[in-house]
Design a protein around this ligand. Sequence first.
Ligand code: ZN
Length: 435
Amino acid sequence: MNPSTELGTEVLLPRSKEEGDDFVADFATMSGFGATEAGGVERQAATAADAQTRRWLAQWLRERGFRVKRDRIGNLFGLLELIPGAPYVLVGSHLDSQPRGGRYDGAYGVLAAAHAVDRIRRHYQSNGVSPSVNLAVVNWFNEEGSRFKPSMMGSAVYTGKLDLETALNTTDASGTTVREALSVIGELGEEDVFGTSLAPAAYVEIHIEQGKILDKQGVDIGLVTSTWAANKYEISVHGAQAHTGSTEMADRQDALYGAALAVAAVRELADRYDDRLHTSCGQLTVYPNSPVVVAREVQMHLDLRSPDDSILAEADEILRRQFAKIEVKANVQIEKRHAHTWAANFYQKEGVELARAAVNDLGLSNVEIRTRAGHDSTNMKEIVPSIMLFIPSVDGISHSELEYTHDHDLCNGVDLTAEILLRLTHGHLAEQRAQ
Ligand SMILES: [Zn+2]
């Protein structure tokens, strides 16, 4: 088969056996950084393991002729200039992980992007057709938000949703700032990279599904049409420190008891909405957390998500009333702050259609999906047409060392990413945008 054809008649770059093997081998190498015994990885943002992975990727990119740059919030870019002065299509995801996280979440999307862009590079080297845009692989800093909150930090700063200084001054639990952590690992850049001189034209991201729709239905690819809305709250429950034995029960202001009631209320709230509301308390810190002391304060992080903004608004109101009751029952004060919020919204239709056509041409099955998890594309689609793709994840397991995706699905995803990028370098989305 002739690799690729002229604009309009598509079907691309059939994957060679070596390309598939190379990808699987590179992914195995990358999964060794911060590897945990149970088969996952632990590389929270700007830790030594994150730094190792980033350096390995930078080296991989340089060896293939990419220009590697870091911006002022530690986003890492591998620029492939195909046509001087033209805007860039960005493609990537994130290399950082949750504590004891999975190998695939984020990291797969970055490596798939690198391999796909490299395939395009080789294609244009051996083909006279000239592209209309350049390509850049991106690793967004701190997507997970486990060490530094909020999540999706690098893409939020990049898209102007989060102030750079605020992000750099954010501290982790030990008081280390983002600025310090990035400096220590040598990943704090001194320029914007994109913005003034280099303009982004579109964004593509591929990720494991983090749900089981594809795995259950035996479908190859998820075409993401929209995001679920999210409300993340920081809660402080204030009580009074006391002796667990000598203090009379009636006199207690037990912050942990209040927090426990709040955790239960948040969980039960979800039961009202038949899986259209997902809720959890993912983090709980007790002060002073001592065996014979009634807790004086508990800090919690609550996470509520729904495909429907109005459900979140209603849930917010119900929680307000529930918390008022808990304050009386447990004799505590509950302080609720919004930490991070995003509305349900849609990916650009023309991007979904471009992806659908590419999926069909590759002979892959597909289904439309709404993403429940946030992704960097959630931010990027606010500024440029963005395409978000999912590959199957066995049993939908995610944020866990047990996360698993089959090699053939990994390779399908790289093929699709390359195919979509080829169409973008032909100017497809740009043409549709101009119409
Ligand atoms: Zn992710």
